[in-house]
Design a protein around this ligand. Structure first.
Ligand SMILES: Nc1ncnc2c1ncn2[C@@H]1O[C@H](COP(=O)(O)OP(=O)(O)OP(=O)(O)O)[C@@H](O)[C@H]1O
Ligand SMILES: [Mg+2]
Length: 306
């Protein structure tokens, strides 16, 4: 299974080009799934059909899905409340139910929800040749892609702290004897400590995701337009991907028209210089506004991914 992420500023054509790409791959005979990770989905509008939260068949080789980010966010919070309730089971001081609503709208939840969906797709859709992701505008996408990396660093630190706590417990345990009838017997063995187990699970999950995102079977594409506003934001994406050590495979200068050649060239030069570092750059022509099925752009956007 190969995966492709279309990223870019708002309105540059991420949804249209991810739809075009998925459509063309399926027409080439590849079994393809197009998944929208944008809370403001519009795959249904693009294909002028009904698309649900579960994947549905559009043609013989093309499946469409608008991921249920709301449900994933709630599931993520519920799962964490369960863990917190379990960890703090010896105290009645916290009533986590009251925090549920607040947590639902906390920063980061949307991103973690998207990661849960990514993980599920990576795990369950392996019989597809390609999974193409339509993503929300720059900021959110970069934060989603950054999360595995950031989480690994955090969980590493938490594991170290937990290890120290367990070592202290072990020392106390040795001083006070093996079992106190009145006391609450807390685990000090890493293998028996549920918190350490959970941290280890989370660590492995994010390491795995980060590997998949960095791997040779994943491609990240940036979409931009031949204009200077889109240039600045594309520069931020390129910098973000560089910081995360995630490789950019393709750049699509979308909505290109011949009379924009000079600007198109300047924007491409400012973004990639003359070296281009192995990034495939293509100009995707503007499709006539009168056409309903914009995704049927004749210009091939799949070559670089095949
Ligand atoms: N090559 C093209 N030719 C003509 N129109 C295009 C082309 N690409 C995109 N468009 C049009 O540009 C508009 C924005 O495209 P699209 O919704 O794909 O952008 P987006 O980057 O996904 O936007 P958002 O950030 O809001 O998700 C749409 O009206 C779409 O039909
Ligand atoms: Mg879109």
């Amino acid at each position: 299974m190969k995966t492709i992420f279309f990223t870019g500023k708002g309105g540059v054509g991420k949804s249209t080009l991810s739809a075009t790409c998925a459509w063309q791959l399926s027409e080439h005979g590849y079994k393809t799934l197009l998944v929208s990770l944008d809370p403001a989905h519009n795959i249904a509008d693009i294909f002028d059909t009904q698309v649900g939260h579960k994947k549905s068949k559009f043609t013989k080789n093309l499946y469409l899905q608008e991921a249920d980010l709301d449900k994933a966010a709630s599931a993520y919070i519920e799962q964490n409340i369960d863990i917190l309730t379990e960890v703090y089971s010896y105290t009645k001081a916290f009533n986590f139910d009251t925090y549920f609503k607040v947590l639902r709208y906390s920063p980061g939840v949307e991103e973690y929800a998207s990661l849960t969906i990514l993980e599920e797709v990576f795990r369950t859709e392996t019989d597809f040749d390609y999974v193409v992701f339509d993503t929300p505008p720059t900021g959110l996408t970069l934060r989603i892609l950054a999360l595995p990396n950031i989480s690994i660093t955090w969980v590493d630190r938490l594991r170290r702290i937990r290890k120290q706590i367990l070592e202290k417990r072990h020392t106390i345990h040795n001083i006070t004897g093996k079992y106190s009838e009145k006391g609450f017997l807390l685990a000090y063995d890493e293998k028996k400590d549920t918190v350490m187990q959970k941290l280890n699970d989370i660590w492995h999950r994010y390491v795995n995701l980060y590997k998949l995102l960095k791997g040779a079977d994943n491609s990240i594409a940036v979409v931009f337009n031949p204009d200077y506003l889109s240039l600045r934001e594309s520069q931020r994406i390129l910098e973000g991907l560089k910081d995360l050590s995630l490789p950019l495979r393709a750049a699509f200068n979308n909505k290109y028209q011949d009379d924009l050649e000079e600007t198109a060239e300047e924007v491409e030069r400012e973004l990639f210089g003359t070296k281009r570092d192995g990034v495939h750059i293509a100009r995707v022509p503007l499709v006539a506004a009168a056409r309903r099925d914009t995704y049927k752009n004749d210009f091939d956007v799949t070559g670089v991914f095949r």
